[in-house]
Design a protein around this ligand. Structure first.
Ligand code: AMP
Ligand code: MN
Ligand code: MN
Ligand code: MN
Length: 281
């Protein structure tokens, strides 16, 4: 059966989303999504309940994850889809990857303290729902709550992005690691929201060359993070590289996300949808 509305990128409270995985599953179904993946950052802990709830709600489910990597010192996200979520290479790789987040968060707290905003580490921890997965989004929520900016985008813009006082460098996984873990576990590697990376056109092509050489097969073309121009641009790149195309809202929560689950345009018609690479039985 051909899906009418697939959404392969969103978050639950297992990472930095606001709703528990079961609620995300029910919301996806309620919004008319008929093929759905949960893609929490660096953590597989929501997949069992997401799968069970998707089944109850009558929608098809694909296991997913969004892996934090660095490429030439740039932070990039790689989505994995349709893997065995008990595979040791993937499970162990992600456990190791998560382990650096707490120390990074402490350093972010110190950096903000140094510019006269004290107590932010403890404050951000108050927003964390999975102790192994503290993200900049939790810092942003706390900083909004104390009136540092009106919304989380304002916090990111002024405090939490490279060059801003609360940003600290961090060693994430490599591109080869992320693609290796995903493919070892039988999954498909997808470049998440390529329009968000501040890369030159030349660097983007080098990145996509490497991604393809390492076994990457798809890129997000329609994304909650993409403008209509991004969609046209990355559709062209998908054709050029013969990549399959993915579509995902990157939903984090009702009040926070601009795009709700499943509420985004369809993929350009000539592209090969990434679900064709998955075993949907
Ligand atoms: P981290 O994995 O800790 O580096 O945090 C990355 C997360 O922060 C992303 O997945 C988003 O949830 C959030 N984020 C990053 N940039 C922005 C932004 N400009 N505005 C709002 N949220 C953002
Ligand atoms: Mn996030
Ligand atoms: Mn991302
Ligand atoms: Mn995401």
């Amino acid at each position: 059966m051909i899906p009418a509305n697939f959404d392969f990128h969103c978050h639950s409270s297992v990472s930095d989303g606001l709703l528990p995985p079961a609620e995300v599953a029910r919301r996806a179904a309620g919004n008319g999504v008929d093929l759905w993946a949960l893609t929490d950052h660096d953590d597989l802990g929501g997949l069992d309940i997401a799968q069970a709830t998707a089944r109850e709600a009558g929608i098809r489910f694909v296991p997913g994850v969004e892996i934090s990597i660095e490429w030439r010192e740039m932070p990039i996200h790689i989505v994995g889809l349709g893997f065995d979520w008990h595979h040791p290479a993937l499970v162990d790789g992600l456990t190791e990857l998560r382990s650096g987040r707490l120390e990074r968060a402490r350093r972010m707290g110190e950096a903000l303290d140094a510019i006269g905003i004290p107590g932010v580490f403890a404050g951000a921890m108050g927003y964390v729902t999975n102790p192994n997965l503290i993200s900049r989004a939790h810092f942003a929520r706390y900083l909004v709550s104390i009136g540092i900016a009106r919304d989380t985008s304002g916090v990111f813009q002024h405090y939490l992005t490279p060059g801003k006082p609360g940003y600290v460098d961090h060693r994430w996984a490599s591109l080869a690691d992320a693609i290796g873990w995903i493919t070892a576990a039988g999954g498909v590697a997808v470049v998440a929201h390529p329009g968000r990376y501040k890369m030159s056109g030349g660097d983007m092509r080098k990145f996509l060359d490497e991604f393809k050489d390492l076994g990457g097969q798809a890129i997000e073309v329609t994304s909650g993070s993409h403008s209509p121009d991004h969609v046209l641009h990355f559709a062209r790149l998908a054709r050029h590289y013969a990549f399959h195309a993915s579509r995902g809202s990157d939903f984090h929560g009702p009040e926070e996300s601009y795009v709700d689950l499943g509420r985004l345009p369809p993929l350009p018609q000539d592209l090969k949808p990434v679900w064709r690479l998955l075993d949907l039985s």
